[in-house]
Structures are given as structure tokens and as C-alpha cells.
Design a binder for this molecule. Sequence first.
Ligand code: B1M
Length: 211
Amino acid sequence: MEDMITRIKECVIEGDEDSVIMLIDQALDALVPVNRIMTEGLTEAMNVVGKQMECGDLFIPEVLMCAETMKAGMEYLKPKMGDAEMKTLGKIVIGTVAGDLHDIGKNLIKMMFEVSGFEVIDIGIDQGPDKFLEIYEKEKPDIIGLSALLTTTMVSMQETVELLRKNEVSAKIIVGGAPVTAEFAKTINADGYSDDAGGAISLCKKLLNIA
Ligand code: B1M
């Protein structure tokens, strides 16, 4: 089982989109749990890719190939993760803030929310404060989730929370992403912060008083 997960991880690191689905299928046939493929295979691979990028061992086109491979794997796993008939626990609007094009973490969160029984409205990447407010007014979600992966776009995250607060939205606002911290979340007056998908789900359940 460990070996199969390791091969999936390596496949993402190599940016081998053609093989990732085949390897995931093999792992599923061998009854490797979907959440392990997702977290220990796909997500862990991107952590390695991040470190290699940081050291200058990988360049953006290569990182993109890795990201596309991870996305292909995530998309493939998505329908296998849960029961479509699950009761809706709440409605969440999620998006990546203005100036930020990173969406792998946000997509992972989205997927995990969906399989946990939330209705998710994904507004995509590079979304400004006005867009979050507009979608809030249209959809009246229980939660609004903001993702930022760049230090520079944390400013946009702050502006978005400010606009939503100014308009007295009833939704709880949660934030996350690699450079975001619990302290920053508190400073910008968000209702909560999580550093990963599992934590985000627990946080939302807590905020919505779901046992
Ligand atoms: Co970018 N990038 N990138 N990049 N990239 C980072 C973020 C960086 C840390 C790499 C580095 O230098 N070490 C760095 C940011 C430095 C900083 O500001 N602190 C960086 C940079 C600088 C850039 C560019 C500026 C590079 C350039 O052009 N010179 C550029 C910016 C583009 C832009 O957005 N305007 C850029 C571009 C790209 C690619 C397009 C090549 C690609 C993105 C592809 C895509 O998303 N479709 C990319 C990638 C892949 C990365 C790294 C390698 C991986 C990010 C990732 O997907 N991680 C990243 C390095 C790293 O993070 N180690 C890096 C996997 C993902 C599952 O984790 O997104 O952190 P993550 O999400 C986690 C948690 O953060 C959390 O849960 C998720 C699951 O556990 N979380 C939330 C996320 N959102 C949440 C929301 C929540 C709660 C939790 O509630 C709502």
C-alpha cells in the first residue's frame, strides 16, 4: 500500500499526467483509501515540489506540469470520494483572492467540503472584494472562505473581509493558505483560520454548531 502511494507521489513530482490516473486506479483496485491517496500521495507531492521550487531545483513550467498532474488526479478522485446523496450541512462560497492564481489548495478544500456534505460554490481564482460581496448577496451562504498563497495577496484578503464586514454579512468568514496565520486572521477580523482542508471542515462545523 505504501509503495503505491509513493509511486503516485513520484508521478506528481515528475509531472507525469499520463500515468497518474493509471496509478490511482491500481491503488483503488488494491483498496487504498481515497483520502490516503489524496493526502499522502497528491498533497504530499506538492509539498516536495514546493521545496524544490524554493531551492531553485524546479522552474515554473515544471511546477505547472506537477500542478496539472495533481489536478488531474484530484479531478479523477473526486467522484469516488463521497455519496452524492449526502445531507447538506451548509452552503459555502470559496475563492482565491484578487491577484492570486493559485487554486490547488482551494480546489482541495472545495472537494473535501463537498465530500463532507457541504454545498460549495467555487468562484475561482483572482476574485476581488466586490465579487465576494456580489456572490454573498446572491447565494446567502453560511460560510465565505478566502484562500491566498502569496504574501502580496494577503492585502486583498484583508480588503475582502473589510468590505464584507462593512456590509454586515451574516456568513462566517474563514481564511487560509500557506502564508496566512491564525494571528493574521485575527488581525483582519476573520471568524476563523485553518492551515489545511481537514481543519477547515472542523472549523466550519464548529462555527455552524454542527456536532
Ligand atoms: Co506559486 N508560489 N507562484 N505557483 N507556488 C508559492 C505559493 C511560493 C510559496 C513558492 C516559493 O517561492 N517557495 C511563492 C509565494 C511566496 C510568498 O508570497 N510567500 C510562490 C510564488 C512567488 C509564485 C509566483 C509569484 C512566481 C512567479 O511568477 N515568479 C507566481 C504568482 C502567480 C499568481 O498567483 N499571481 C506563482 C505561480 C505558480 C504556478 C502558476 C506556477 C503554480 C500554481 C498552479 C495552480 O495553483 N493552479 C504555483 C505553485 C504550484 C506553487 C507551490 C509550489 C505549490 C502551491 C500548492 O498548490 N500547494 C507553492 C509553494 C508551496 O506552497 N510550498 C508556491 C499544494 C496545496 C494543496 O497547498 O495551496 O498551501 P496550499 O493549500 C493548503 C493550505 O494552505 C490550506 O489548505 C490546503 C490543503 O492543505 N488552505 C486553506 C489553502 N487555502 C485555504 C483556505 C481555507 C483554509 C485552508 O479556508 C478558506
